[in-house]
Design a protein around this ligand. Sequence first.
Ligand code: BJW
Length: 252
Amino acid sequence: MKTLKPTDAIVILTGAGISKESGLETFRDADGTWARHRIEDVATPEAFARDPALVHDFYNARRQSMLNPNVQPNAAHTALARLEREWPGPVLLVTQNIDDLHERAGSTALIHMHGEMLKARCEDCTVIEPWQSDLALDTACPSCRRAGGMRPHVVWFGEIPLEMDRIVAALAECALFISIGTSGNVYPAANFVREARWAAGAHTVELNLEPSMGATDFDEARHGPATVVVPAFVEELLTSVLRGQPKVGSSG
Ligand code: BJW
């Protein structure tokens, strides 16, 4: 790893793999969400226009699974919250996940670029509200009172991810970019490693169960379950940079 200073900025990108061991499905693994649902049926604005009831059913079921009391932050979420607390420089966590496990673990410098499952948005008045119950075609907006415009506050294919300006600015200034539990199939997130590497000259690290689509773009990789590799990497980073101990472990 290139020599990092404690004041250097870190950007972390997470995907569904970090929440897998908390009991939530990934998308593209053999047992993932897209093995049972077609993207074009449930995760595009066209699908919602064509069959809103089907899309509501899909997200209602996922919202309820996220609210299951057995779904709790795991050791990987907790390790990233620790990194934010203990690293003296800026740490920005960008998640593609719509669950709330990072905030429940204690992360605060957090962007949900693909939205949040526990919020709903009114397409009529654009208000965004905390939301835990099922949505339906006749759900009235708590703000404008109109029915028919409420949708999950998530980013579907063909829609622009949230807070891109802040993300691009952070990528351009980071010295370390860490990608965790994402397959690298979905853009623009899949391109962040190249932006960090080529625009900012950042050291790039992949922590994933297996090599992702963009594996060759990373300087360093640790493959294994997030609950194992993420806490180990955070411990190593804090020990080597803040406490001046020799770096342990190896790349590849
Ligand atoms: C573990 C593990 C363990 C398992 N431990 N690891 C052609 C070329 C290029 C781009 C495009 C194109 N055609 C269209 C596009 C754009 C399109 C796109 O990317 N399409 C691709 C399919 C090609 N993208 C968009 O439309 C996006 N918008 C956009 O581009 O706007 C234009 C624009 C951008 C920027 C500025 C201005 C304009 C929007 C994308 C929206 C994605 N939405 C979803 C649904 C969100 C709501 C919901 O959750 O329902 O987001 S799709 C789904 O995929 C979800 C995820 O966030 C996203 C990424 O999935 P993720 O997290 O990587 O999960 P998996 O399952 O793929 O991977 C899990 C990984 O974990 C695996 O590697 C496992 O091995 C690993 N793992 N267990 C550690 N225990």
